[in-house]
Design a protein around this ligand. Structure first.
Ligand SMILES: Nc1ncnc2c1ncn2[C@@H]1O[C@H](COP(=O)(O)OP(=O)(O)OP(=O)(O)O)[C@@H](O)[C@H]1O
Ligand SMILES: [Mg+2]
Length: 330
């Protein structure tokens, strides 16, 4: 039976102070990141490619050496009590990293064994985890034969084998179709509801908006925004809609004070308006102009807007892959 070290009462699930990482090739992946994740939280770590998310997760899970800064997990300092801190964490890394020639059941049982869970107990847990990952019928097949989505779910099941207090997932749903992704969301919600703190990185902002209560947006190794999801979304004062209208649009569109209206095609309108503005006023003006709205949808994910506004994602790759201007030839 593994005995988890007692976390310091009242300590954050994860506390990071002025974390810095410079890789051997000189890349400064983290330039002084500080954040707290409270116990029980569902926390999103967002940022464009190359922002430093995996580096941060790598340091927290002891796979990458930090250059400077402090990390503690449930009040346990990673530098001085590494093994204890590690026992609090379940990691689902960005790349699939189990042995494809092993069977899911063996992968889970061996993993738990590595962390000191006795075999009999590990077998019971493995069945539980494989069932909740909808993989029990695949327990004894070669993992190589699992689909991409099944492999991702197996990674989550494996991380849960040690009953971690903090589950960290680095893009767990990358390349997974929407149905399986939604299935994974409910799995993660259940894990969180049962008391496990979750930190998630994702490029699907809709996913973060759906699942997470707090978030940090990181760009080029620096946190550019952090706080409750709701508070950040409320900062966005403009909302965009696409309106499908009945019949063809008139030649001249009505002017609506405070809002911007334009035609995308014969029967679709693009509307930008302040969040505080009354939609009924827009509909009244459209009705007067003989335009009947058949349906409407929000133009883009709001978190996406915030993200693009705050990070370099909107202006090209942040990882240095954007081509510099060629030097003028003398
Ligand atoms: N082992 C390494 N050696 C050198 N540089 C690295 C190494 N790993 C990452 N980097 C660099 O550090 C920066 C941050 O990379 P990191 O993988 O942390 O980004 P990320 O936010 O996880 O990006 P993605 O969304 O693409 O996964 C990038 O510029 C990357 O090229
Ligand atoms: Mg990454």
């Amino acid at each position: 039976m593994t005995v988890l070290p007692k976390p310091a009462p009242g300590a954050p699930a994860l506390r990071i102070r002025d974390l810095r990482k410079t890789y051997d090739n000189g890349v400064q992946a983290l330039k002084g990141v500080s954040l707290d994740v409270q116990p029980g939280d569902f926390y999103a770590l967002l940022g464009p490619n190359g922002a430093g998310k995996s580096t941060l997760i790598g340091i927290v899970s002891s796979l990458v050496n930090k250059s400077a800064g402090e990390v503690s997990v449930s009040g346990i300092d990673l530098a001085t009590r590494r093994d204890e801190a590690m026992r609090q964490i379940g990691l689902v890394p960005q790349e699939i990293n189990f042995n494809l020639f092993e069977k899911p059941l063996d992968i889970l049982v061996n993993y738990a064994g590595f962390y000191g869970v006795p075999r009999a107990q590990a077998l019971v847990r493995a069945e539980e985890e494989l069932r909740s990952a909808f993989l029990w019928d695949k327990a004894k097949v070669m993992s190589r034969t699992l689909s991409g989505g099944m492999k991702r779910r197996l990674m989550i099941a494996r991380a849960m084998m040690t009953r971690p207090r903090l589950l960290i997932l680095d893009e767990p749903t990358a390349g997974v179709d929407i149905e399986i992704r939604r299935g994974m969301w409910s799995t993660l919600r259940e894990i969180n509801a049962a008391g496990t703190t979750i930190i998630l990185t994702t490029h699907y902002l809709e996913e973060a908006e759906n699942l997470c209560r707090n978030l940090a947006i990181i760009d080029r190794g620096v946190i550019v925004e952090q706080g409750p999801m709701k508070a950040l979304l409320a900062k966005l004062d403009v909302e965009g809609f696409l309106l499908d209208v009945e019949g063809a649009l008139p030649a001249a569109l009505p002017a609506i004070e405070g809002a911007a209206l334009s035609a995308i095609d014969d029967h679709t309108l693009d509307l930008d308006m302040p969040r505080a503005m009354d939609l009924n006023r827009v509909f009244a003006a459209l009705g007067e102009a003989g335009i009947r709205v058949r349906s409407m949808r929000t133009k883009s994910n709001r978190l996406e807007e915030l993200f693009v506004r705050l990070t370099t994602a909107g202006v090209g790759a942040a990882d240095g892959t954007a081509q510099p201007e060629p030097e003028p030839v003398a």
